[in-house]
Design a protein around this ligand. Structure first.
Ligand SMILES: C/C=C/C(=O)SCCNC(=O)CCNC(=O)[C@H](O)C(C)(C)COP(=O)(O)OP(=O)(O)OC[C@H]1O[C@@H](n2cnc3c(N)ncnc32)[C@H](O)[C@@H]1OP(=O)(O)O
Ligand SMILES: NC(=O)C1=CN([C@@H]2O[C@H](COP(=O)(O)OP(=O)(O)OC[C@H]3O[C@@H](n4cnc5c(N)ncnc54)[C@H](OP(=O)(O)O)[C@@H]3O)[C@@H](O)[C@H]2O)C=CC1
Length: 428
C-alpha cells in the first residue's frame, strides 16, 4: 500500500446498528438512526437534575456545510445551567424545537461531512467552538461575525449541543484537538478560553499590552483561570480575586502577580445613592480595595483593564478602580443584571465600558493554538461520568465546583485516554 493512502484511521470490527450503547463505537463513518442524549423539555424547566433527562432521539441530519461529530467528552458550562432553568431566556423561545440538547464544548471525532465541507474529513480529531452564524452578511464577510444578526451559540441558542453521542455543527466550528491532552481535558476549555481571549485581545485599542495590569474577578473560575494564563502569555500582570483562601495558591500558581480575597472587603452589590452616608461607607471600602490593588501594582497605579463577569455585585467597584482611559470589559452578569456605577468617574476619567460575547473562529483558533503549543494548562478541575452530567451542573449552580473547568465523559469509556485506539482497546 502506498504510504500516502494511509488514512491514519484505526481499522476495527463493529456491527452496524440503529442505536449504540454509551461507549460503544460504531464502524468509522457509520451513522446510526438514533442516539442517547440528555434532553431538556420546556415543561421540565428547572434545576438541571430535573430539567435534563436521558432520552433516545434521532441523530441530526447533516446539511451541506455541516459536520457530524462523535462526541468523546463534553465540557460543563453555565450555559447548561441557564438552559435548564430557562432563565434569563428559554432556549425554546429561540429555536422552537420540542427538545433542547445543551452542551457548548466538546472533543470528538469527525464521523460524517456534508458535501461542501473541504477542510475536514472522517476520522479527524477535533474540538468544537460554540459560535455559529449564517456566514452570508456583511458582518461575516469583512466585519466581525460576532456582530451578525445570525450569530448564535451552539448548544444554547441551537437545540443540538454536545450532551449526546453525536452532534451536528458547522464546519467552521471545528479546530484541531491538542493531541497531548486526554479527551476530557480537550473538551473542557474552548468556551471559556476563547471568551477570555476576545475580552483581553479583541477590543482595540484596549487590547492588552505587555506590562499592563488587569483585575480578574473569579480568578479561579472557568473564565478567570484562562484570563490569568493569557495575561501571562502577553507579558502583562494579573491581579486575581477569590472568595476563599483555599483558592489562593491555585491562582498564584497560574501566574497571577497578586491575589485579593473579596471577603476582606465590604463594597459589594449595587451602588448606594451618591452623597448619602451609605455611599460614604461604600466609598471607604472601595478605596480600601483599590489600595490593596496598589499594594500589588504600585501606589497610585490603577489597573488598565478589569475582566468583569459577576456583574451587579462588583460593577460599581470595577468602574472605580480602572485607570483613566482604561477599560472594563464584561461578558456576563452572574450575580444580577442591574448594574450601577458612579458616572462621574466614567466621564471625567474617560473610561471605556465594553461588552464582549464569546469569540469568532480566528480568535478561538488563536486561543486553541496556545493550548496545542502547551503554553496553557486546561485547568480541568473534575471529570464526571455520563450519568452524572446533571449533577455536575448542579455543582455549578450552587457555586460548589472546584477551581477550573469541568468535563463529562460521553463516548470515552474512562478517563486518561488520548486516542481512538485506546478507546477501542478498552472494549475488550
Ligand atoms: C458562549 C457563552 C455565552 C454565555 O454564556 S452568555 C450567558 C448566557 N446567555 C444569556 O444569559 C442570554 C441573555 N440574553 C437575553 O436575555 C436576551 O437575548 C436579550 C435581553 C439580550 C435580548 O432580548 P430579546 O427579547 O431577544 O431581543 P430585543 O432585541 O430586546 O427585542 C425585544 C423587542 O424589542 C424590540 N426592539 C429592539 N430594539 C428596539 C429599538 N431600538 N426600538 C424599538 N424596539 C426595539 C424588538 O423588535 C423586539 O420586539 P418583538 O418582541 O415585537 O419582536
Ligand atoms: N458571554 C459569553 O460569551 C460568556 C459568558 N459566560 C458567563 O460568565 C459567567 C462566569 O462563567 P465561568 O467563569 O465559567 O463560571 P465559574 O463559576 O467557573 O467562575 C465564576 C467565578 O465567579 C466568582 N463569583 C461568584 N460569585 C461572585 C460574587 N458575588 N462576586 C464576585 N465574584 C463572584 C466565583 O469565584 P469566587 O467565589 O472565588 O470569587 C467563581 O469562581 C457565567 O455567568 C457564564 O454564563 C461564560 C463564558 C462565555
Amino acid at each position: 500500500m502506498a504510504l500516502d493512502t494511509d488514512s491514519g484511521i484505526a481499522s476495527y470490527e463493529a456491527p452496524e446498528k440503529d442505536l449504540y450503547e454509551m461507549g460503544e463505537i460504531p464502524p468509522m463513518g457509520f451513522v446510526p438512526k438514533q442516539m442517547y442524549a440528555w434532553a431538556i423539555r420546556k415543561e421540565r424547566h428547572g434545576e438541571p437534575n430535573t430539567a435534563m433527562q436521558l432520552e433516545v432521539v434521532d441523530v441530526p441530519k447533516l446539511d451541506s456545510h455541516e459536520v457530524l461529530v462523535l462526541v468523546m467528552a463534553a465540557g460543563v458550562n453555565y450555559n447548561g445551567v441557564w438552559a435548564s432553568l430557562g432563565k434569563p431566556i428559554s432556549p425554546f423561545d429561540g429555536h422552537g424545537q420540542p427538545f433542547h440538547i445543551a452542551g457548548s464544548d466538546a472533543s470528538g471525532i469527525v464521523w460524517a461531512v456534508g458535501d461542501k465541507v473541504k477542510r475536514w474529513k472522517v476520522g479527524d480529531e477535533v474540538v468544537i467552538h460554540c459560535n455559529q452564524d449564517d456566514g452570508d452578511d456583511e458582518a461575516c464577510n469583512g466585519g466581525d461575525p460576532m456582530y451578525s444578526d445570525s450569530q448564535r451559540i451552539w448548544g444554547y441558542e441551537t437545540p443540538d449541543g454536545s450532551f449526546a453521542q453525536f452532534t451536528n455543527v458547522q464546519a467552521q466550528q471545528l479546530m484541531p484537538r491538542p493531541k497531548h491532552l486526554t479527551w476530557e481535558e480537550s473538551a473542557c476549555y474552548t468556551l471559556t478560553l476563547a471568551t477570555a481571549y476576545r475580552m483581553l485581545f479583541g477590543h482595540e485599542p484596549h487590547d492588552l499590552k505587555p506590562g499592563q495590569n488587569v483585575l480578574v474577578w473569579g480568578a479561579s473560575g472557568g473564565l478567570g483561570s484562562y484570563a490569568i494564563q493569557l495575561i501571562n502569555t502577553a507579558g502583562a500582570n494579573a491581579i486575581g480575586v477569590i472568595s476563599d483562601e483555599s483558592k489562593r495558591d491555585f491562582v498564584m500558581d497560574l501566574g497571577a502577580k497578586g491575589v485579593l480575597n473579596r471577603k476582606d472587603f465590604n463594597c459589594w452589590g449595587q451602588l448606594p445613592t451618591v452623597n448619602t452616608p451609605e455611599y460614604a461607607d461604600w466609598f471607604k471600602e472601595a478605596r480600601k480595595f483599590g489600595k490593596a490593588i496598589w499594594d500589588i501594582t504600585g501606589k497610585g497605579n490603577n489597573v488598565d483593564m478589569v475582566f468583569e463577569h459577576p456583574g451587579e455585585s462588583t460593577f460599581p467597584v470595577s468602574t472605580f478602580v480602572v485607570k483613566k482611559g482604561g477599560m472594563v470589559v464584561i461578558c456576563a452578569g452572574t450575580t444580577g443584571y442591574n448594574l450601577t456605577f458612579d458616572v462621574r468617574y466614567m466621564w471625567m476619567h474617560q473610561k471605556r465600558l465594553q461588552g464582549s460575547h464569546f469569540a469568532h473562529l480566528k480568535q478561538a483558533a488563536a486561543a486553541n493554538q496556545l493550548m496545542v503549543e502547551r503554553r496553557l494548562d486546561p485547568c480541568m478541575s473534575e471529570v464526571f461520568s455520563w450519568s452524572e452530567l446533571p449533577e455536575a451542573h448542579m455543582k455549578m449552580l450552587r457555586n460548589e465546583h472546584k477551581p477550573g473547568n469541568m468535563s463529562v465523559l460521553v463516548q470515552a469509556p474512562r478517563t486518561g485516554m488520548r486516542t481512538l485506539e485506546e478507546v477501542l482497546e478498552a472494549r475488550s
